[in-house]
Design a protein around this ligand. Sequence first.
Ligand code: GRG
Length: 304
Amino acid sequence: MVLAEKKQNSLSLERKMKSDIELINSYLDKYLEIRYPHVIWEAMRYSVLAKGKRIRPVLMLESAKACHGDINNVIPAACALEMLHCQSLIHDDLPCMDNDDYRRGQLTNHKIYGEATAVLAGDALLAYAPQVILNYTPESVDRKILLQVLDEFLKAAGAMGIVGGQVVDIESESKEIDLNTFNYILMHKTGELFKFAVRAGALLSQAEEEKLNALTSYGEKIGYAFQIADDILDVTGTLEEIGKTPGKDHKLKKNTYVSFYGIEKSRKDLENICESAKKILVDSGINSELLFNIANNIVMKAVK
Ligand code: GRG
């Protein structure tokens, strides 16, 4: 595909995502109204309302639409997922973890509010996010389904999910690791939130088992692909493009897809994984242009 065509596709996807993003942003703004003590809500808002791509909540909304669900049933869980993601970014940027000064094109949370408040802002987001699911999901949603969504949310957030992935990632710095360990990191550090996004959209829309399973496989694949793209962009991207300091993975001696396989194979694998994600949608009759294009866009961003 020529560069102009790629840019055109990427722009049209962004336009289509725009209405989902605006909806999510308006609810995040509402759920995170400033209360006492002001500084903690301000610190939470600083990171959450910053210019993130919102890919996870958009995936949840689009998964629900693909299952003919009611968007109102999904908005609280989609916002909670974005809050959880932002918590992980705030903590990931701390000096005791990746130690970064920039995120989403602005100074990191601890650079503005100090380390103690940044830790607490992350903690507060993590505690508030499930409350958002419980308190704002419409009462018409079956409580059994709501509890399943909550259970899967907490699993994705904890030692069986993103925390597990981060711990193994940190333990593996400067070490040679085997393929199983490497895949564990990718699937847990990044994949779990993508998987949760599409599953929650389907569950809250009472999707049939077959569709739920197909969307789960799609979510796992694009989550894995998203981390490969992130690893490629850490090598090839600029601060303006990626909103954070490039080259950090190499500096921290991290095991990344690029350090494991090299840049060319990383690009090829990324393309193949996204192709197989799209094939899952086609084979299972899930007719969602946006879910299809999100898989395309993950490739486009990283394979220039
Ligand atoms: C969740 C309890 C709990 C702890 C967090 C710090 C940590 C444990 C995990 C770090 C996980 C991490 C930062 C993974 C990287 C995932 C990733 C590719 C992030 C970037 O996502 P984008 O590109 O960012 O969607 P924006 O800013 O656009 O939302």
